[in-house]
Design a protein around this ligand. Structure first.
Ligand code: SF4
Length: 255
């Protein structure tokens, strides 16, 4: 029996017979690319591509795109850790932990929205002063949506004595809302729709800031077997039709 199935395939086992049927209408895929960037666990394999590997490659490309001198590379737990490792391996700058996660503050996943979960993650991070004090740090996070969480994290690191904080983001700037189930439904709340990279850097308090380019994100995604992705968060272009402008506006207001 084959070990993998195709999208839209129904496999029926009946007595000694195995029947497969496909109800797909076309060969186009539209997987949410954020599954690789943030949602999925690093040990997941999605369509031939391991999530940890994907994020590690994002870190490698970031190191290539935006090299900077620093004492160590650290990731924002948990989804920034793999890309931080990739940055460190490629740049040969040591990898270290800037934070420990406080396990005794609430359980993050119980929070109802992604935003609340992220904010609570920031509350749960305790810096390690002996590692951070007087150090130039390359801090890697998976994405910046509203900018509030990373601002808080950078402040925490500064208070712990960090000398420089160079933020590297393992995905492109977040420019579009999501119509497919995530809680990113208000374009006005997206920091990158209103500010330039330099303005964002100033607002969040980093010494430098660089996002993974869309071109490099696509290069990494080519390693999977998918025949297409939704990258609406970064391009405002979606794999299927979304409500027209009038309805889009209503959608944004309702949510
Ligand atoms: S817009 Fe597309 S890429 Fe962004 S979260 Fe929604 S489904 Fe994923």
């Amino acid at each position: 029996m084959k070990e993998t199935s195709n999208h839209g395939e129904i496999v029926t086992l009946y007595k000694n017979e195995i029947k497969t049927e496909s109800f797909r209408k076309d060969e186009k895929d539209g997987l949410c690319i954020f599954e690789y960037v943030y949602f999925s666990r690093p040990d997941s394999n999605i369509d031939g591509m391991n999530v940890h590997k994907f994020r590690e490659l994002a870190g490698k490309y970031l190191a290539e795109q935006a090299p900077v001198e620093a004492d160590f590379v650290a990731g924002v737990p948990d989804s920034g850790l793999d890309a931080a490792l990739g940055y460190s391996k490629y740049s040969k700058i040591p990898y270290d932990l800037a934070f420990v996660k406080n396990k005794y503050i609430g359980r993050t996943f119980i929070q109802s929205t992604q935003t609340k979960r992220r904010n609570q993650v920031a509350l749960k991070l305790n810096p390690i002063p002996s590692t951070v004090k007087d150090k130039r740090i390359i801090l890697v996070d998976d994405s910046i949506v509203r900018g509030t969480t990373i601002t808080r994290i950078i402040k925490v690191l500064r208070r712990a004595g960090a000398k420089e904080i160079h933020l590297r983001v393992a995905s492109p700037a977040f420019l579009g809302i999501c119509y497919f189930g995530t809680d990113v439904t208000d374009k006005n709340g997206l920091i990158a729709t209103k500010k330039s990279v330099e303005e964002i850097r100033q607002e969040i308090g980093a010494d430098s800031l660089e996002y993974l380019s869309l071109e490099n994100l696509r290069k990494i995604a080519e390693g999977s077997n998918m025949k297409g992705f939704c990258e609406g968060c970064f391009t405002s272009k979606y794999p299927i039709e979304v409500p027209d402008e009038i309805h889009k506006d209503k959608f944004e207001k309702i949510f």
